[in-house]
Design a protein around this ligand. Structure first.
Ligand code: NAD
Length: 326
C-alpha cells in the first residue's frame, strides 16, 4: 500500500460504525494509523465507536456513501465496508442495499483513485450463492439467483467486485477483494436476525431458540478478531484477491444452537420456522489462498469465540434482553 511518512498513514473506513467496521477502526488505531470513519448509521451506531472517539487520531463523518465518499488530505487506503449485511436488514431496506453495493462501491473506488490510495473491498461468501462446489474456493463463480429477494445483497456485492476489478485493470488502482464468510462476536446487534446473536439473546432470555429451515444447513463461523487480523494483512499486502477469509470449521445450525444453549447453561428448546428463500444449504471456505499469500488462518475456536460473545451480550451489550427479536 502507498506509504505516507511514519505515523501519517491514514485509512478511511466506510461502514466504520458497524459490527466489523468498528473493530477494524480500533485495530487500525492500535497499529498507529489515523482513521476516518464514514457512516450513515443505517445499521451501525455511535455506541460502537465509543473507544475510537476517545482517540485523537480518529475522525467521524456522517455521510451516505451512495451519494459521495469524501475526505480531506492524503489517504493511504480506503477500506470499503459500508453495506447492510444481515438478511433481516437487507430485506428491510433492499434499495439502500443495492445502492451501497453499486453506487457506494463506485464512490469509494473514485476516492481511492483520486488519493492514489489502496482500496480494500469487503465482499462476501454470498457471491457464491447456494453453491454446488464444496468447500468454496476463489475459483468458483457461484450460483446466485439474480431475481430472488436476496439478490439485492448478493448481486450488489458481485457488481462491487466487478467495479473493483475495473478500477484495478483500467485505472491502475491498487485494489483487493476479500470474500468474508459468516463472522460473529461482540457488537452484533441483538435484533439483527443473524444466527449467533439471535441464539445467544434467546438463550439469555430463557426463550426457545428459533431455527429457519431444518437446522441441517451448515455454516462456518469466524470469530471477529481473527477476521480483522485477515483484513489488516490484506490491506497491508499488495494482493488483489479475491481472497476468502473465514473459519473452515463447519457446523449445522442445529449444532450451533445446541452449543450456544450449552455454553449459556440453559436447557433451551428449539422452534423451527420456514426456511428463507434461496438460503444456502452448505457453506465452508477454502482458505488455502489466504494461508499461502498472507500466512493467515483463524486461531479462535467456535467454543471460545462463543464464550467471549456470550459474555459480551451478558455484560456489555445495549439492552440485550429487551431488544432481542425471535
Ligand atoms: P453492519 O450492518 O454491522 O455494518 C455496516 C455498516 O455500514 C453500518 O455501520 C451501516 O450504518 C453502514 N452503512 C450501510 N449503508 C451505508 C451507506 N449508504 N452510507 C454509509 N454507511 C452505510 O454489517 P457488518 O457485519 O459489520 O458488515 C460489514 C461489511 O462486511 C459489509 O459490507 C458486509 O457485506 C461485509 N460482510 C460481513 C459479514 C459478516 O459475517 N459480518 C460477512 C460477509 C461480508
Amino acid at each position: 500500500m502507498p506509504e505516507l511518512d511514519g505515523d501519517n498513514r491514514h485509512v478511511v473506513v466506510t461502514g466504520g460504525a458497524g459490527f466489523l467496521g468498528s473493530h477494524l477502526c480500533e485495530r487500525l488505531l492500535d497499529l498507529g494509523y489515523h482513521v476516518t470513519c464514514i457512516d450513515n448509521f443505517v445499521t451501525g451506531s455511535r455506541a460502537n465507536l465509543a473507544l475510537c472517539l476517545e482517540n485523537p487520531r480518529f475522525t467521524l463523518f456522517e455521510m451516505d456513501v451512495t451519494e459521495k465518499v469524501w475526505c480531506e488530505g492524503p489517504v493511504t487506503a480506503v477500506a470499503h465496508l459500508a453495506c447492510p449485511a444481515s438478511p433481516q436488514d437487507y430485506l428491510r431496506i433492499p434499495l439502500e442495499t443495492l445502492k451501497a453495493g453499486s453506487l457506494g462501491t463506485l464512490n469509494a473506488l473514485a476516492l481511492a483513485q483520486e488519493k492514489g490510495a489502496r482500496l480494500l473491498y469487503a465482499s462476501t461468501s454470498e457471491t457464491y450463492g447456494d453453491p454446488e462446489v464444496h468447500p468454496q474456493s476463489e475459483k468458483y463463480w457461484g450460483r446466485v439467483n439474480p431475481t430472488g429477494p436476496r439478490s439485492v445483497y448478493d448481486e450488489g456485492k458481485r457488481f462491487g467486485e466487478a467495479a473493483t476489478m475495473t478500477y484495478l485493470r483500467h485505472f491502475g488502482v491498487s485494489t483487493s477483494i476479500v470474500r468474508i464468510f459468516n463472522t460473529y462476536g461482540p457488537r452484533m446487534r441483538a435484533d439483527d436476525g443473524r444466527a449467533v446473536p439471535a441464539f445467544v439473546t434467546q438463550a439469555l432470555r430463557g426463550e426457545r431458540l428459533t431455527i429457519n429451515g431444518t437446522g441441517g444447513q451448515t455454516r462456518s463461523f469466524c470469530y471477529v478478531d481473527d477476521l480483522i487480523a485477515g483484513l489488516v494483512l490484506t490491506l497491508e499486502s499488495e494482493h488483489p484477491g479475491p481472497i476468502n477469509l473465514g473459519n473452515p470449521a463447519e457446523v449445522t445450525i442445529l449444532e450451533l444452537a445446541r452449543t450456544v444453549a450449552e455454553l449459556t447453561g440453559v436447557d433451551a428448546e428449539v422452534t423451527y420456522c420456514p426456511a428463507m428463500q434461496d438460503d444456502p444449504v452448505r457453506r465452508r471456505p477454502d482458505i488455502s489462498l489466504a494461508g499461502e499469500l498472507l500466512g493467515w488462518s483463524p486461531t479462535v475456536s467456535l467454543e471460545e469465540g462463543l464464550r467471549r460473545t456470550i459474555e459480551w451480550f451478558r455484560t456489555a451489550a445495549p439492552s440485550t434482553v429487551a431488544e432481542a427479536s425471535p
